[in-house]
Design a protein around this ligand. Structure first.
Ligand code: KIV
Length: 284
């Protein structure tokens, strides 16, 4: 299994690495078998799976529910549970309880927290009790209303200096890695050079140690105009639409189900196999 030590080694050995989001058993299984070393059960769950307009409505219970499914599908990847809005803001005790649920109930190996400032102390307390923390700086979606929208951060010198200082503070507090989202390339590269821990970029250019994308974006399951940083490696929304239309068409014409997809009761050729065959849902 990939551990925090492996992730540090990736950086120390100059090996660029990938992280992807996962929200369910099946995708976790596929990504795990594809050798993706880190799977993030991101609170982007709210937007790409649950249909919320932002990540703010996502609850801890929803995250835990999906994180458990991901853990059932994964064997080798490091699993990171994203602490949703309001699950760590009220007090250190609340943060410990929420993070503890990710490890104890959901089988995660680490948690991710957005922001610097107060999050630094929370990071210190979680790592002190053995809960690895991935930081998240720059465009932090839980701050959408404070940022006035999903806007690139760190463009001004003052903002860039703040983000760099937060990165160093999170490292000092014990974070094992840092997501840098929606910041200019030069700032992400500078942070990557100035901290020992690995950085993982999304919309942060090529200078970070690793890269992460939201699974549904990179598979082309989300449609419409994607942010500039998204690369679609597949076009699954089109494929799914095509398959669904073909299925409905064949049902309409009677072409499906044909004899090869039907059971007979009279001992004809398929029946011999049938008698030993369990009816199973799903091809696995
Ligand atoms: O929730 C999420 O998917 C994330 C990634 C974009 C880093 O935080």
């Amino acid at each position: 299994m990939t551990t925090v030590l492996d992730v540090q080694r990736f950086k120390d050995e100059g090996r660029r690495f990938a992280m992807l989001t996962a929200y369910d058993y099946l995708s976790a299984q596929i990504l795990d078998e594809a050798g993706i070393p880190i799977l993030l059960v991101g609170d982007s769950l709210g937007m790409v799976v649950l249909g919320y307009p932002t990540t703010l409505p996502v609850t801890l219970d929803e995250m835990i529910h999906h994180a458990k499914a991901v853990a059932r599908g994964s064997r080798q990847a490091m699993l990171v549970g994203d602490m949703p809005f309001m699950s760590y803001h009220a007090s250190i005790e609340q943060a410990i309880t929420s993070a503890g649920r990710f490890l104890q109930e959901a089988g995660m190996h680490a948690v991710k927290l957005e922001g610097g400032g107060r999050t630094v102390e929370i990071t210190r307390r979680l790592t002190a009790i053995g809960i690895p923390v991935m930081g998240h700086l720059g465009l932090t979606p839980q701050f959408v209303h404070q940022m006035g929208g999903f806007k690139i951060q760190g463009k001004s010198e003052a903002q860039a200096a703040r983000i760099l200082a937060d990165a160093k503070d999170l490292q000092e507090a014990g974070a094992f890695s840092l997501v840098l989202e929606g910041v200019p390339n030069a700032l992400a590269s500078r942070i990557t050079q100035e901290v020992r821990i690995p950085t993982i970029g999304i919309g942060a250019g090529p200078g970070t140690d690793g890269q992460v994308l939201v699974l549904h974006d990179m598979l082309g399951l989300t449609t419409g105009k994607a942010p500039k940083f998204v690369k679609r490696y597949a076009n699954l929304a089109d494929e799914i639409g095509k398959a669904a239309r073909q299925f409905a068409g064949e049902v309409g014409t009677g072409a499906f189900p044909g004899p090869e997809h039907s059971y007979s009761a009279n001992g004809a050729a398929p029946a011999a196999k049938e008698s030993r065959e369990e009816v199973k849902y799903g091809a696995g």
